[in-house]
Design a protein around this ligand. Structure first.
Ligand SMILES: N[C@@H](CCC(=O)N[C@@H](CS)C(=O)NCC(=O)O)C(=O)O
Length: 244
């Protein structure tokens, strides 16, 4: 039995895309349940959620009684449990896994912080945002350059095969307009974004919890709602109340 608790956010999309890509590859035929967690209502702080993920963040996956947290560890778990080309299980997996760690340790936190200061810190005075915005923007651009070099002339991050490294990276890079990280100087990265988006499994994975006509372009109402919920979550007061 498999249950995914998630939300339509970059870390959530990694796992929903993975499940749909596994179905596409014929590697996953089991039924699974998906529960959309309303982050704005604070469902990630509820007892039933925290029992599955003490870190109070989506996504979290329960499979055969085992709870998995951290989107990239879930990608690896699914890749190993349901073998497919998405994660080679011989020594070639070491061409892929370091780039999944690279995403988890660098692209996710840096793009996440850039996004947070760009869109969500409404109650922080502008002058206090100057340094973090510059810091995270510069680092995000550096990471995009690393991705550009890694892609080289290959279609996918780790060469000729689409893998969990592409799945880990795509949801953060696709949101470059929302996080205001200018990737347009890197045509190979732009083309890779389009190439990933064109995959049917990716299309279905992005649709979890989002109306079909808003997969690529959110409505103004959804943008405003997301910015408001992001501001609530980014508020230090709420973080203290919920964890300490
Ligand atoms: N490193 C974690 C990050 C998870 C994460 O930050 N999830 C966000 C949504 S993308 C979340 O649940 N935020 C709710 C909150 O901070 O209260 C992972 O990759 O799973």
């Amino acid at each position: 039995m498999m249950e995914l608790w998630t939300s339509p956010t970059p870390n959530g999309w990694k796992v929903s895309i993975m499940l749909e890509e596994l179905i596409e590859a014929g590697a996953l035929t089991d039924e699974f349940e998906v529960r959309m967690i309303d982050l704005m209502k604070g469902e990630q702080f509820g007892d039933d959620f925290v029992e599955r993920n003490p870190n109070q963040k989506i996504p979290t996956l329960r499979h055969n009684g085992r709870d998995l947290i951290e989107s990239c560890s879930i990608l690896q778990y699914l890749g190993e449990t349901f073998p497919s080309d998405l994660l080679p299980l011989d020594e070639r997996k070491w061409d892929v896994i370091p780039w999944v760690y690279w995403q988890a340790a660098n692209v996710g936190p840096v793009f996440g912080n850039k996004l947070s200061y760009t869109r969500y810190m409404n109650d922080v005075p502008d002058e206090q945002k100057v340094h973090p915005l510059e810091r995270f923007n510069t680092e995000a651009l550096r990471l995009v350059s690393v991705l550009d070099r890694k892609l080289g002339d290959n279609p996918w991050v780790c060469g000729n095969g689409f893998t969990i490294a592409d799945i880990a990276l795509y949801p953060w890079i696709r949101g470059w307009k929302w996080s205001k990280v200018n990737i347009t100087t890197k045509p190979r990265v732009m083309e890779w974004v389009d190439r990933v988006r064109a995959r049917p499994g990716v299309e279905r994975g992005l649709a979890y919890g989002v109306p079909k006509d808003e997969i690529d372009q959110w409505s103004e109402e959804r943008k405003a709602r997301t910015a408001k919920s992001g501001a609530n979550m980014a508020s230090n007061e709420n973080v203290k109340d919920s964890i300490l």
